[in-house]
Design a protein around this ligand. Sequence first.
Ligand SMILES: NC(=O)c1ccc[n+]([C@@H]2O[C@H](COP(=O)([O-])OP(=O)(O)OC[C@H]3O[C@@H](n4cnc5c(N)ncnc54)[C@H](O)[C@@H]3O)[C@@H](O)[C@H]2O)c1
Length: 264
Amino acid sequence: MSDWLENEVAVVTGGSSGNGRSIALTLAEYGADVVVVDLQAEPREGGTPTHERIRADHGRDATFVECDVSSVSEIREAVDAADEFGGVTVMVNNAGITHSDDFLEATEAEYDRLMDVNVKGVFFGAQAAARRMVEAERSGSIVNVSSIAGLVARGDGVRYSASKGAVRLMTYAQAGSLGPRGIRVNAVHPGLVETSMTRDDLEVFRSDSAERFRRETPLRQICQPQDVANAVLYLASPLASFVNGESLTVDGGVTNTMGGWEDG
Ligand SMILES: NC(=O)c1ccc[n+]([C@@H]2O[C@H](COP(=O)([O-])OP(=O)(O)OC[C@H]3O[C@@H](n4cnc5c(N)ncnc54)[C@H](O)[C@@H]3O)[C@@H](O)[C@H]2O)c1
């Protein structure tokens, strides 16, 4: 494997499960030491905690920090934990939650919780990492995980779309703010990914929704966490050295096309 991320120290929020777990493992595979930040160390889908797998499979330094990204003090402490490995140089704001309730039923408390995790968590996660990079006079890369729901709206996910759209524009603004300091900020926009979020929280795979989505996707597959991780790896790496304020969509082509006439 390449050592694109040799000497890099990554902080990955939501790194215990799903997309975040794959991102953390992939960054380690390509040479980074990793701080896994999450509410819990145990993967939602089961298995060995991510930081233990990084040490065992990739021989990199890794640690776990219990943290709710909606708490500014907790996310700052989590970013500071990277000092043990030399200080954060790659920040991946991936932690996020979704919902399946109807717009007409949503409560203020549910609205606040989703925005606190999906928007405030990304804002202060990026700020905490950027502050440490500036203090250390090091360049760095920040990747915010949005969604195709941050590019096109879904009627069954009003709060989610609002939060992911906010992440997209926040990313562009952060790129403008931090670029002069040598810090690149980009977003990834996954399509439907098979994780605990979609399997258990939305139960997409217990209906024919996932199969319909697969048929409407030009590549005729459901996105896997590794596909998301590969995009984050690229944006975090020197291969993306002049990529800043960009949105990288990882959806098999479904958002920018209208599918095709063929039933596949
Ligand atoms: N699964 C999809 O189809 C899909 C599509 C597009 C974007 N995304 C985005 O990808 C990201 C990861 O989603 P996933 O599908 O892997 O979900 P997941 O539920 O499988 O994993 C999310 C992880 O984040 C952690 N987490 C949740 N709230 C947290 C908080 N407040 N503080 C710290 N950690 C927290 C969870 O404990 C879990 O380990 C989210 O931002 C999500 O919106 C997912």
